[in-house]
Design a protein around this ligand. Structure first.
Ligand code: GLU
Length: 395
């Protein structure tokens, strides 16, 4: 007999990014020489000035519960950051600090969505968006895009996807997995469509904003007509190499922020107090402090694009930000590679794991079944070796 788990958990897919990372770890532990390009996680250490702030917080006896929505001085630092980097004006009542941007997104979905509501997901999208919408008992609808349009959707596609049941849309720029960045002009054109549909709320996930190679970032909430129905999500994981510290935050209309605080008050309480104190230091520092990491990511991006570009059958876009490449590998569908019948991107990704010992993530999980995702947040040597192995297997 199977265990009597809830329908909720039974219908929830496993996170494809975390599952592949776990599989790579398991194979490594068995002694296999695996190169993992699966997880989107900087391979840098958290900068010393942030670590020191955390040590100081421990010594200063930050050991009690924080306010559920975060320390007031952290929320002030977030407001200042929003003004400085995004030209967004928020007051303290509009900020909620959570255990990672993932919890921030889950809070928003839980407080806004009812069973039967529809969430629009411009594809490709991060694996957990669809899962979180499902957890909130909403349905999700993908708005497809392809590498030919640099993975961007058009205003017309958006218009056609909207129904009276549409309650939310998730934007993510720079995008995980494609690295695509929407310009201000493109966002304004999408906003024009949304202006006609006042029942729709916009979640703008800007977690990769600082991992940007030159296209100016534009925050969706900076569009005046969208501000009162946009939730801006951000966090310190990617920019400050703080993935394990688990601090995310939102800037949102007060009534949404208040509801998120109520939600998290019943589930996790305030985020980790030491990590919150360290986040103040991270956010107050000039952005130039983390430039060395972004410069390194850009070097790796250029190298990966050059090397993968030499492999027949890999179609690539030029990611403007984040640390992923998302090649279209559909040219291999229907082929047999080293005894593996390649019917789809999952077969291709598993074949690479088995034959090249390289872990990637299948595009199916991101709503883009022609692609696979490779993270280049790994060392230059590992990246070179991984691509050498991929090339060898495909030859
Ligand atoms: N966001 C990262 C990724 O896409 C971390 C893993 C996860 O939470 O999905 O790889």
């Amino acid at each position: 007999m199977t265990n009597p788990l809830s329908d909720r958990i039974n219908s929830l897919p496993i996170s494809a990014t975390l599952a592949m990372a776990a599989k790579a770890r398991e194979l490594k532990a068995q002694g296999k020489d695996i190169i993992s390009l699966s997880l989107g996680e900087p391979d840098f250490n958290t900068p010393d000035f942030i670590k020191e702030a955390a040590i100081k917080a421990i010594n200063d006896n930050y050991n009690s519960y924080s306010p559920v929505d975060g320390y007031a001085d952290l929320k002030q630092a977030i407001c200042t950051k929003f003004k400085r980097d995004n030209n967004l004006t928020y007051n303290l009542n509009q900020i909620v600090v959570s255990t990672g941007a993932k919890q921030s997104i889950a809070n928003v979905a839980m407080v806004l969505l009812n069973p039967g509501d529809e969430v629009l997901l411009p594809a490709p999208y991060w694996v957990s968006y669809s899962a979180i919408a499902t957890l909130a008992e909403a349905t999700f609808k993908e708005i497809p895009s392809t590498i030919e349009t640099n993975f961007k959707i058009t205003p017309q596609q958006l218009e056609e996807a909207i129904t009276p049941k549409t309650k939310m849309i998730f934007f993510n720029s720079p995008n995980n997995p494609s690295g695509t960045i929407y310009t201000e002009e493109e966002y304004r054109a999408l906003a024009k469509v949304l202006e006609k549909h006042p029942q729709i709320y916009i979640l703008s996930d800007e977690i990769y904003e600082h991992i940007n190679y030159g296209t100016p970032n534009f925050s969706f909430a900076a569009i005046e007509s969208m501000y009162h129905r946009t939730i801006t999500v951000n966090g310190v994981a990617k920019a400050f190499a703080m993935t394990g510290w688990r601090i995310g935050y939102i800037g949102a209309p007060e009534w949404i922020a208040k509801a998120c605080t109520k939600m998290q008050g019943q589930i996790t309480s305030g985020a980790n107090c030491i990590a919150q104190r360290a986040t103040i230091t991270a956010l107050e520092a000039p952005v130039s402090n983390i430039k060395y990491m972004v410069d390194e990511f850009r070097k790796r991006r250029d190298m990966v694009l050059e090397l993968l570009g030499k492999i027949d059958g890999f179609k690539l876009n030029i990611p403007g930000g984040a640390f992923y490449v998302f090649p279209d590998i559909s040219a291999f569908f229907g082929k047999n590679i080293k005894g593996h019948a390649i019917k789809n991107a999952s077969d291709f990704s598993m074949m690479l794991l088995d034959e090249a010992n390289v872990a990637t993530v299948t595009g199916d999980a991101f709503g883009a079944p022609s692609c696979i995702r490779l993270s280049y947040a790994a060392s230059e040597n590992q990246l070179k070796e991984a691509i050498r192995r991929i090339k060898e297997v495909l030859n």
